[in-house]
Design a protein around this ligand. Structure first.
Ligand code: TGC
Ligand code: FAD
Length: 390
Protein backbone atom coordinates (compact mmCIF):
# COMPACT_ATOMS: atom_id res chain seq x y z
CA UNK A 1 0.00 0.00 0.00
CA UNK A 2 1.68 3.32 -1.06
CA UNK A 3 2.01 6.11 1.50
CA UNK A 4 -0.65 8.83 1.41
CA UNK A 5 0.27 11.69 -0.97
CA UNK A 6 2.23 14.51 0.63
CA UNK A 7 0.29 17.80 0.62
CA UNK A 8 1.83 20.45 -1.64
CA UNK A 9 0.96 23.10 0.95
CA UNK A 10 3.04 21.45 3.70
CA UNK A 11 5.29 18.92 2.02
CA UNK A 12 7.84 18.95 4.85
CA UNK A 13 5.31 18.57 7.66
CA UNK A 14 6.23 21.93 9.20
CA UNK A 15 2.85 21.98 10.92
CA UNK A 16 4.31 19.63 13.53
CA UNK A 17 6.85 22.31 14.50
CA UNK A 18 4.10 24.68 15.64
CA UNK A 19 2.66 24.81 19.14
CA UNK A 20 -1.02 24.05 19.71
CA UNK A 21 -1.65 27.77 20.29
CA UNK A 22 0.11 28.75 17.07
CA UNK A 23 -1.92 26.20 15.12
CA UNK A 24 -5.13 27.49 16.69
CA UNK A 25 -4.34 31.08 15.68
CA UNK A 26 -3.34 29.95 12.19
CA UNK A 27 -6.54 27.91 11.74
CA UNK A 28 -8.73 30.73 13.04
CA UNK A 29 -7.27 33.20 10.54
CA UNK A 30 -7.41 30.65 7.71
CA UNK A 31 -11.11 29.96 8.41
CA UNK A 32 -11.92 33.66 8.59
CA UNK A 33 -10.16 34.35 5.28
CA UNK A 34 -12.01 31.45 3.65
CA UNK A 35 -15.36 32.66 4.94
CA UNK A 36 -15.07 36.45 4.76
CA UNK A 37 -12.48 37.23 2.09
CA UNK A 38 -12.24 34.55 -0.59
CA UNK A 39 -15.87 34.83 -1.76
CA UNK A 40 -15.49 38.57 -2.50
CA UNK A 41 -11.84 39.30 -3.04
CA UNK A 42 -12.00 39.17 -6.85
CA UNK A 43 -14.76 41.80 -6.81
CA UNK A 44 -12.90 44.05 -4.37
CA UNK A 45 -9.78 43.71 -6.49
CA UNK A 46 -11.68 44.48 -9.70
CA UNK A 47 -13.42 47.48 -8.16
CA UNK A 48 -10.18 48.66 -6.55
CA UNK A 49 -11.47 48.84 -3.00
CA UNK A 50 -10.68 47.62 0.49
CA UNK A 51 -13.79 47.38 2.67
CA UNK A 52 -13.24 49.47 5.79
CA UNK A 53 -15.75 47.22 7.57
CA UNK A 54 -13.13 44.48 7.71
CA UNK A 55 -11.12 46.43 10.29
CA UNK A 56 -13.42 45.81 13.28
CA UNK A 57 -13.54 42.13 12.32
CA UNK A 58 -9.75 41.97 12.20
CA UNK A 59 -9.71 43.74 15.56
CA UNK A 60 -12.18 41.28 17.07
CA UNK A 61 -9.94 38.44 15.90
CA UNK A 62 -7.05 40.09 17.76
CA UNK A 63 -4.98 40.55 14.59
CA UNK A 64 -4.27 44.29 14.84
CA UNK A 65 -1.00 44.92 16.63
CA UNK A 66 -1.22 41.30 17.69
CA UNK A 67 2.44 40.93 18.68
CA UNK A 68 2.31 44.05 20.88
CA UNK A 69 1.38 43.94 24.55
CA UNK A 70 -1.12 45.97 26.58
CA UNK A 71 -3.64 48.53 25.27
CA UNK A 72 -6.00 45.78 24.06
CA UNK A 73 -3.34 44.10 21.91
CA UNK A 74 -3.26 40.31 21.82
CA UNK A 75 0.39 39.96 22.89
CA UNK A 76 1.09 36.83 20.84
CA UNK A 77 4.55 35.67 19.92
CA UNK A 78 6.14 36.79 16.65
CA UNK A 79 5.69 33.40 15.02
CA UNK A 80 1.92 33.65 15.51
CA UNK A 81 1.98 37.10 13.95
CA UNK A 82 3.86 35.61 11.01
CA UNK A 83 1.38 32.75 10.65
CA UNK A 84 -1.49 35.25 10.64
CA UNK A 85 0.26 37.26 7.91
CA UNK A 86 0.70 34.07 5.89
CA UNK A 87 -2.98 33.22 6.09
CA UNK A 88 -4.09 36.78 5.35
CA UNK A 89 -1.87 37.02 2.29
CA UNK A 90 -3.10 33.63 1.06
CA UNK A 91 -6.32 35.66 0.73
CA UNK A 92 -4.74 38.75 -0.81
CA UNK A 93 -1.59 40.83 -0.35
CA UNK A 94 -3.82 43.89 0.10
CA UNK A 95 -5.39 42.34 3.18
CA UNK A 96 -2.02 41.53 4.71
CA UNK A 97 -0.85 45.05 3.82
CA UNK A 98 -3.75 46.61 5.70
CA UNK A 99 -2.89 44.57 8.79
CA UNK A 100 0.90 45.09 8.47
CA UNK A 101 0.50 48.83 8.22
CA UNK A 102 -1.95 49.03 11.09
CA UNK A 103 0.04 46.84 13.50
CA UNK A 104 3.67 47.16 12.50
CA UNK A 105 3.88 50.63 10.97
CA UNK A 106 1.23 52.73 12.72
CA UNK A 107 0.66 51.06 16.11
CA UNK A 108 4.26 49.89 16.61
CA UNK A 109 5.88 53.38 16.55
CA UNK A 110 3.25 54.73 18.94
CA UNK A 111 3.66 51.68 21.19
CA UNK A 112 7.47 51.80 21.12
CA UNK A 113 8.20 55.53 20.88
CA UNK A 114 4.97 57.29 21.86
CA UNK A 115 4.04 59.19 25.03
CA UNK A 116 1.60 57.66 27.52
CA UNK A 117 -1.06 60.07 26.24
CA UNK A 118 -0.50 59.02 22.60
CA UNK A 119 -0.65 55.34 23.56
CA UNK A 120 -3.82 55.77 25.60
CA UNK A 121 -5.49 57.83 22.92
CA UNK A 122 -4.75 55.62 19.92
CA UNK A 123 -3.68 52.07 20.70
CA UNK A 124 -6.88 50.61 22.20
CA UNK A 125 -9.00 51.96 19.34
CA UNK A 126 -6.50 50.82 16.74
CA UNK A 127 -6.28 47.33 18.26
CA UNK A 128 -10.07 47.10 18.05
CA UNK A 129 -10.13 48.30 14.44
CA UNK A 130 -12.18 51.33 15.46
CA UNK A 131 -9.40 53.65 14.30
CA UNK A 132 -7.20 53.09 11.25
CA UNK A 133 -3.58 54.19 10.97
CA UNK A 134 -1.09 54.77 8.18
CA UNK A 135 2.68 55.33 7.92
CA UNK A 136 4.06 58.18 5.85
CA UNK A 137 7.72 57.81 4.98
CA UNK A 138 7.99 57.65 1.16
CA UNK A 139 7.79 60.82 -0.91
CA UNK A 140 7.68 61.55 -4.64
CA UNK A 141 11.46 62.11 -4.66
CA UNK A 142 12.49 59.90 -1.73
CA UNK A 143 11.70 56.18 -1.95
CA UNK A 144 14.62 53.84 -1.39
CA UNK A 145 16.52 56.64 0.27
CA UNK A 146 14.24 58.19 2.89
CA UNK A 147 17.17 60.36 4.03
CA UNK A 148 16.34 62.54 1.01
CA UNK A 149 12.85 63.36 2.30
CA UNK A 150 11.69 66.95 1.94
CA UNK A 151 8.78 66.96 4.36
CA UNK A 152 9.86 69.40 7.03
CA UNK A 153 8.90 70.12 10.61
CA UNK A 154 9.89 73.50 11.97
CA UNK A 155 9.36 75.04 15.35
CA UNK A 156 6.91 77.90 15.88
CA UNK A 157 6.89 78.70 19.56
CA UNK A 158 6.05 75.44 21.27
CA UNK A 159 4.23 74.15 18.15
CA UNK A 160 5.53 72.33 15.09
CA UNK A 161 4.64 73.29 11.50
CA UNK A 162 4.72 70.45 8.95
CA UNK A 163 4.97 70.88 5.18
CA UNK A 164 5.40 68.26 2.50
CA UNK A 165 3.89 65.40 0.53
CA UNK A 166 4.01 61.69 1.22
CA UNK A 167 3.22 59.26 -1.58
CA UNK A 168 2.18 55.61 -2.00
CA UNK A 169 0.76 55.46 1.52
CA UNK A 170 -1.23 52.30 2.29
CA UNK A 171 -4.49 52.99 4.18
CA UNK A 172 -3.85 56.75 3.75
CA UNK A 173 -7.32 57.68 2.46
CA UNK A 174 -9.14 55.71 5.15
CA UNK A 175 -6.80 56.49 8.03
CA UNK A 176 -7.94 58.25 11.18
CA UNK A 177 -4.35 58.91 12.12
CA UNK A 178 -1.08 59.17 10.20
CA UNK A 179 2.39 58.57 11.61
CA UNK A 180 4.38 61.05 9.53
CA UNK A 181 8.17 61.22 9.40
CA UNK A 182 9.67 64.65 8.79
CA UNK A 183 13.00 66.44 8.65
CA UNK A 184 13.72 68.92 11.45
CA UNK A 185 16.61 71.40 11.66
CA UNK A 186 19.06 68.76 12.73
CA UNK A 187 17.33 65.37 12.54
CA UNK A 188 14.26 63.32 11.58
CA UNK A 189 11.25 63.01 13.87
CA UNK A 190 7.93 61.16 13.85
CA UNK A 191 4.58 62.95 14.30
CA UNK A 192 1.13 61.65 15.15
CA UNK A 193 -1.24 63.51 12.83
CA UNK A 194 -5.00 62.95 13.30
CA UNK A 195 -7.34 63.20 10.32
CA UNK A 196 -9.10 66.55 10.46
CA UNK A 197 -6.01 68.52 11.43
CA UNK A 198 -6.12 71.78 9.46
CA UNK A 199 -3.89 71.61 6.37
CA UNK A 200 -3.73 67.80 6.34
CA UNK A 201 -5.51 66.14 3.39
CA UNK A 202 -5.26 62.84 1.52
CA UNK A 203 -5.79 61.92 -2.11
CA UNK A 204 -6.23 58.31 -3.21
CA UNK A 205 -4.05 56.99 -6.02
CA UNK A 206 -5.88 55.20 -8.84
CA UNK A 207 -5.14 53.22 -12.00
CA UNK A 208 -3.03 50.70 -10.07
CA UNK A 209 -2.53 47.32 -11.74
CA UNK A 210 -1.31 45.75 -8.50
CA UNK A 211 -2.57 45.64 -4.92
CA UNK A 212 -5.93 46.85 -6.13
CA UNK A 213 -7.75 45.63 -3.02
CA UNK A 214 -5.83 48.17 -0.95
CA UNK A 215 -6.14 51.91 -0.48
CA UNK A 216 -2.99 53.74 -1.60
CA UNK A 217 -2.87 57.50 -1.12
CA UNK A 218 -0.93 60.71 -1.07
CA UNK A 219 -0.70 62.60 2.22
CA UNK A 220 -0.57 66.34 1.71
CA UNK A 221 0.65 68.53 4.57
CA UNK A 222 0.32 72.26 4.05
CA UNK A 223 1.29 74.44 6.96
CA UNK A 224 0.00 71.83 9.41
CA UNK A 225 0.27 73.16 12.96
CA UNK A 226 0.76 70.51 15.62
CA UNK A 227 1.32 70.83 19.37
CA UNK A 228 4.49 69.54 21.00
CA UNK A 229 2.44 66.56 22.21
CA UNK A 230 2.16 65.32 18.59
CA UNK A 231 5.83 64.41 18.30
CA UNK A 232 6.89 60.84 19.11
CA UNK A 233 9.15 61.59 22.08
CA UNK A 234 10.99 58.28 22.17
CA UNK A 235 13.03 58.43 18.98
CA UNK A 236 14.86 60.76 16.64
CA UNK A 237 16.75 59.95 13.46
CA UNK A 238 15.98 57.49 10.67
CA UNK A 239 16.40 54.67 13.15
CA UNK A 240 12.77 55.47 14.09
CA UNK A 241 11.04 54.61 10.80
CA UNK A 242 13.61 51.98 9.80
CA UNK A 243 13.05 50.07 13.04
CA UNK A 244 9.32 49.94 12.27
CA UNK A 245 10.15 48.49 8.87
CA UNK A 246 11.85 45.52 10.54
CA UNK A 247 8.48 44.59 12.05
CA UNK A 248 6.54 44.90 8.81
CA UNK A 249 9.21 43.24 6.67
CA UNK A 250 9.10 40.27 9.06
CA UNK A 251 5.37 39.94 8.33
CA UNK A 252 6.07 40.01 4.59
CA UNK A 253 8.58 37.15 4.91
CA UNK A 254 5.61 35.04 6.02
CA UNK A 255 2.90 36.69 3.96
CA UNK A 256 4.66 36.07 0.66
CA UNK A 257 4.56 32.35 1.39
CA UNK A 258 0.78 32.63 1.85
CA UNK A 259 0.39 34.07 -1.65
CA UNK A 260 2.75 31.38 -2.95
CA UNK A 261 0.80 28.63 -1.21
CA UNK A 262 -2.48 29.81 -2.74
CA UNK A 263 -0.87 29.70 -6.19
CA UNK A 264 0.60 26.23 -5.62
CA UNK A 265 -2.74 24.87 -4.39
CA UNK A 266 -4.60 26.38 -7.35
CA UNK A 267 -2.16 24.92 -9.85
CA UNK A 268 -2.08 21.44 -8.31
CA UNK A 269 -5.90 21.33 -8.37
CA UNK A 270 -5.96 22.58 -11.93
CA UNK A 271 -3.25 20.19 -13.13
CA UNK A 272 -5.15 17.22 -11.73
CA UNK A 273 -8.46 18.13 -13.35
CA UNK A 274 -7.61 19.85 -16.63
CA UNK A 275 -7.32 17.26 -19.40
CA UNK A 276 -5.45 17.68 -22.70
CA UNK A 277 -4.12 15.02 -25.06
CA UNK A 278 -6.31 12.52 -23.25
CA UNK A 279 -4.87 12.89 -19.76
CA UNK A 280 -4.63 15.40 -16.89
CA UNK A 281 -1.97 17.99 -17.65
CA UNK A 282 -0.51 17.12 -14.23
CA UNK A 283 0.51 13.75 -15.69
CA UNK A 284 2.94 15.40 -18.11
CA UNK A 285 6.55 15.50 -17.00
CA UNK A 286 6.92 19.19 -17.80
CA UNK A 287 3.99 20.09 -15.55
CA UNK A 288 5.31 17.94 -12.72
CA UNK A 289 8.69 19.62 -13.13
CA UNK A 290 7.03 23.01 -12.61
CA UNK A 291 4.94 21.80 -9.66
CA UNK A 292 7.90 20.15 -7.97
CA UNK A 293 10.06 23.27 -8.27
CA UNK A 294 7.22 25.41 -6.92
CA UNK A 295 6.78 23.12 -3.91
CA UNK A 296 10.56 23.12 -3.30
CA UNK A 297 10.61 26.93 -3.04
CA UNK A 298 7.38 27.10 -1.04
CA UNK A 299 8.77 24.58 1.45
CA UNK A 300 12.16 26.32 1.75
CA UNK A 301 10.58 29.76 2.10
CA UNK A 302 8.14 28.63 4.77
CA UNK A 303 10.94 26.93 6.69
CA UNK A 304 12.96 30.15 6.45
CA UNK A 305 10.01 32.16 7.78
CA UNK A 306 9.62 29.77 10.69
CA UNK A 307 13.34 29.95 11.48
CA UNK A 308 13.25 33.77 11.49
CA UNK A 309 10.12 33.62 13.66
CA UNK A 310 11.89 31.46 16.22
CA UNK A 311 14.90 33.81 16.17
CA UNK A 312 12.62 36.80 16.71
CA UNK A 313 10.82 35.11 19.57
CA UNK A 314 14.22 34.39 21.06
CA UNK A 315 15.22 38.07 20.74
CA UNK A 316 18.05 37.21 18.35
CA UNK A 317 16.69 38.30 14.95
CA UNK A 318 18.83 40.90 13.16
CA UNK A 319 17.49 43.36 10.57
CA UNK A 320 19.87 41.95 7.94
CA UNK A 321 18.35 38.51 8.45
CA UNK A 322 14.88 39.97 7.92
CA UNK A 323 16.21 41.48 4.68
CA UNK A 324 17.42 38.08 3.54
CA UNK A 325 14.00 36.62 4.26
CA UNK A 326 12.09 39.40 2.52
CA UNK A 327 14.39 39.23 -0.50
CA UNK A 328 14.12 35.48 -0.90
CA UNK A 329 10.50 34.88 -0.06
CA UNK A 330 9.01 37.66 -2.17
CA UNK A 331 11.25 36.84 -5.13
CA UNK A 332 10.36 33.15 -4.94
CA UNK A 333 6.66 33.81 -4.35
CA UNK A 334 6.60 35.93 -7.47
CA UNK A 335 8.35 33.19 -9.48
CA UNK A 336 5.83 30.64 -8.15
CA UNK A 337 2.88 32.87 -9.06
CA UNK A 338 4.20 33.39 -12.60
CA UNK A 339 4.78 29.64 -13.07
CA UNK A 340 1.33 28.86 -11.66
CA UNK A 341 -0.12 31.23 -14.22
CA UNK A 342 1.33 29.16 -17.07
CA UNK A 343 -0.16 25.94 -15.69
CA UNK A 344 -3.62 27.49 -15.72
CA UNK A 345 -3.28 28.50 -19.36
CA UNK A 346 -5.82 31.09 -20.46
CA UNK A 347 -7.81 30.63 -17.26
CA UNK A 348 -4.72 31.83 -15.43
CA UNK A 349 -5.19 35.39 -16.62
CA UNK A 350 -8.68 35.75 -15.15
CA UNK A 351 -9.97 36.71 -11.72
CA UNK A 352 -11.81 33.36 -11.59
CA UNK A 353 -8.55 31.95 -10.25
CA UNK A 354 -6.26 33.64 -7.74
CA UNK A 355 -2.90 33.29 -9.47
CA UNK A 356 -2.74 36.38 -11.67
CA UNK A 357 -4.09 38.51 -8.81
CA UNK A 358 -1.35 37.20 -6.54
CA UNK A 359 1.27 37.63 -9.27
CA UNK A 360 0.46 41.29 -9.86
CA UNK A 361 0.12 41.96 -6.13
CA UNK A 362 3.56 40.52 -5.53
CA UNK A 363 5.04 43.10 -7.91
CA UNK A 364 4.16 45.71 -5.26
CA UNK A 365 5.40 43.52 -2.44
CA UNK A 366 8.74 43.17 -4.27
CA UNK A 367 9.02 46.98 -4.28
CA UNK A 368 7.60 48.18 -0.99
CA UNK A 369 9.24 47.83 2.41
CA UNK A 370 12.61 48.01 0.63
CA UNK A 371 13.03 46.86 -2.97
CA UNK A 372 14.73 43.57 -3.79
CA UNK A 373 17.85 45.54 -4.77
CA UNK A 374 17.92 47.40 -1.45
CA UNK A 375 17.72 44.11 0.46
CA UNK A 376 20.49 42.65 -1.72
CA UNK A 377 22.63 45.65 -0.76
CA UNK A 378 21.76 45.29 2.94
CA UNK A 379 22.76 41.61 2.85
CA UNK A 380 25.82 42.48 0.73
CA UNK A 381 26.91 45.08 3.28
CA UNK A 382 26.49 42.60 6.13
CA UNK A 383 28.65 40.04 4.32
CA UNK A 384 31.42 42.34 3.12
CA UNK A 385 31.39 45.15 5.64
CA UNK A 386 31.37 47.53 2.65
CA UNK A 387 28.54 50.07 2.38
CA UNK A 388 27.18 50.42 -1.16
CA UNK A 389 24.94 53.34 -0.11
CA UNK A 390 27.78 55.72 0.77
P1 TGC B 1 21.70 55.24 7.64
O1 TGC B 1 21.32 56.59 7.22
O2 TGC B 1 23.14 54.88 7.75
O3 TGC B 1 21.05 54.81 9.05
C1 TGC B 1 20.13 55.59 9.67
C2 TGC B 1 19.93 55.04 11.08
O4 TGC B 1 18.96 53.98 10.99
C3 TGC B 1 19.51 52.80 11.54
N1 TGC B 1 18.96 51.67 10.78
C4 TGC B 1 18.12 50.80 11.31
N2 TGC B 1 17.62 50.67 12.56
C5 TGC B 1 16.78 49.66 12.77
N3 TGC B 1 16.42 48.78 11.81
C6 TGC B 1 16.89 48.88 10.56
N4 TGC B 1 16.50 48.02 9.63
C7 TGC B 1 17.78 49.92 10.26
N5 TGC B 1 18.43 50.32 9.14
C8 TGC B 1 19.14 51.40 9.49
C9 TGC B 1 21.01 52.96 11.39
O5 TGC B 1 21.69 52.13 12.28
C10 TGC B 1 21.15 54.42 11.73
O6 TGC B 1 21.00 54.57 13.12
P2 TGC B 1 21.77 55.71 13.93
O7 TGC B 1 21.28 55.57 15.34
O8 TGC B 1 23.22 55.41 13.75
O9 TGC B 1 21.37 57.01 13.30
O10 TGC B 1 20.95 54.33 6.70
P3 TGC B 1 21.34 52.87 6.31
O11 TGC B 1 22.54 52.91 5.42
O12 TGC B 1 21.43 51.99 7.49
O13 TGC B 1 20.05 52.51 5.47
C11 TGC B 1 20.01 52.75 4.11
C12 TGC B 1 18.86 51.92 3.55
C13 TGC B 1 18.84 52.12 2.05
C14 TGC B 1 19.12 50.44 3.85
C15 TGC B 1 17.54 52.37 4.20
O14 TGC B 1 17.34 53.72 3.96
C16 TGC B 1 16.37 51.56 3.71
O15 TGC B 1 16.02 50.53 4.28
N6 TGC B 1 15.69 52.04 2.61
C17 TGC B 1 14.49 51.41 2.11
C18 TGC B 1 13.32 52.30 2.42
C19 TGC B 1 12.06 51.52 2.66
O16 TGC B 1 12.09 50.31 2.90
N7 TGC B 1 10.93 52.18 2.65
C20 TGC B 1 9.70 51.56 2.98
C21 TGC B 1 8.61 52.57 3.18
S1 TGC B 1 7.22 51.96 4.09
C22 TGC B 1 6.49 50.88 3.06
O17 TGC B 1 6.93 50.54 2.02
C23 TGC B 1 5.23 50.32 3.57
S2 TGC B 1 4.44 49.26 2.49
C24 TGC B 1 3.25 48.80 3.55
C25 TGC B 1 2.34 47.75 3.08
O18 TGC B 1 1.35 48.08 2.39
O19 TGC B 1 2.53 46.56 3.52
P1 FAD C 1 13.12 54.13 -6.17
O1 FAD C 1 13.75 54.26 -4.83
O2 FAD C 1 13.11 55.31 -7.06
O3 FAD C 1 13.81 52.92 -6.93
C1 FAD C 1 13.62 52.66 -8.32
C2 FAD C 1 14.54 51.51 -8.71
O4 FAD C 1 15.90 51.88 -8.46
C3 FAD C 1 14.28 50.24 -7.89
O5 FAD C 1 14.49 49.09 -8.68
C4 FAD C 1 15.36 50.31 -6.82
O6 FAD C 1 15.71 49.05 -6.28
C5 FAD C 1 16.50 50.90 -7.63
N1 FAD C 1 17.50 51.52 -6.76
C6 FAD C 1 17.36 52.58 -5.93
N2 FAD C 1 18.48 52.82 -5.27
C7 FAD C 1 19.37 51.88 -5.67
C8 FAD C 1 20.71 51.56 -5.33
N3 FAD C 1 21.39 52.26 -4.41
N4 FAD C 1 21.32 50.52 -5.97
C9 FAD C 1 20.64 49.79 -6.88
N5 FAD C 1 19.37 50.03 -7.23
C10 FAD C 1 18.74 51.05 -6.64
N6 FAD C 1 5.70 53.88 1.53
C11 FAD C 1 5.36 54.35 2.76
O7 FAD C 1 6.08 55.16 3.34
N7 FAD C 1 4.22 53.92 3.38
C12 FAD C 1 3.38 53.03 2.80
O8 FAD C 1 2.37 52.65 3.40
C13 FAD C 1 3.69 52.53 1.50
N8 FAD C 1 2.83 51.71 0.85
C14 FAD C 1 3.08 51.36 -0.45
C15 FAD C 1 2.11 50.65 -1.17
C16 FAD C 1 2.34 50.32 -2.50
C17 FAD C 1 1.28 49.60 -3.28
C18 FAD C 1 3.57 50.66 -3.12
C19 FAD C 1 3.84 50.27 -4.54
C20 FAD C 1 4.52 51.38 -2.42
C21 FAD C 1 4.28 51.74 -1.09
N9 FAD C 1 5.19 52.53 -0.38
C22 FAD C 1 4.89 53.01 0.88
C23 FAD C 1 6.39 53.06 -1.04
C24 FAD C 1 7.53 52.04 -1.17
O9 FAD C 1 8.15 51.84 0.05
C25 FAD C 1 8.52 52.58 -2.21
O10 FAD C 1 7.88 52.47 -3.46
C26 FAD C 1 9.83 51.84 -2.20
O11 FAD C 1 10.55 52.10 -1.01
C27 FAD C 1 10.72 52.18 -3.41
O12 FAD C 1 10.77 53.55 -3.63
P2 FAD C 1 10.48 54.14 -5.12
O13 FAD C 1 9.22 53.54 -5.61
O14 FAD C 1 10.58 55.60 -4.99
O15 FAD C 1 11.63 53.56 -6.02
Amino acid sequence: MPDAPLPASDFLGLDALLTAEERLIRDTVRDWVRERVLPDIADWFERGEFPRALFPELGALGLLGMHLTGYGCAGTNATSYGLACLELEAGDSGLRSAVSVQGSLAMFPIWRYGSDEQKDEWLPRMAAGAAIGCFGLTEPDAGSNPAEMRTSARRDGSDWILDGTKMWITNGGIADVAVVWARTDDNFRGFVVPRGTAGFTTKDMHRKLSLRASVTSELILENVRLPESAVLPGVSGLRGPLSCLNEARFGIVWGAMGAARACVEASVDYAKTRTQFGRPIGAFQLTQHKLADMVVELSKGTLLALHLGRLKDDGRLRPEQVSLGKLNNVREALAIAREARTILGANGITLEYPVMRHAVNLESVLTYEGTAEIHQLIVGRAITGLNAFD
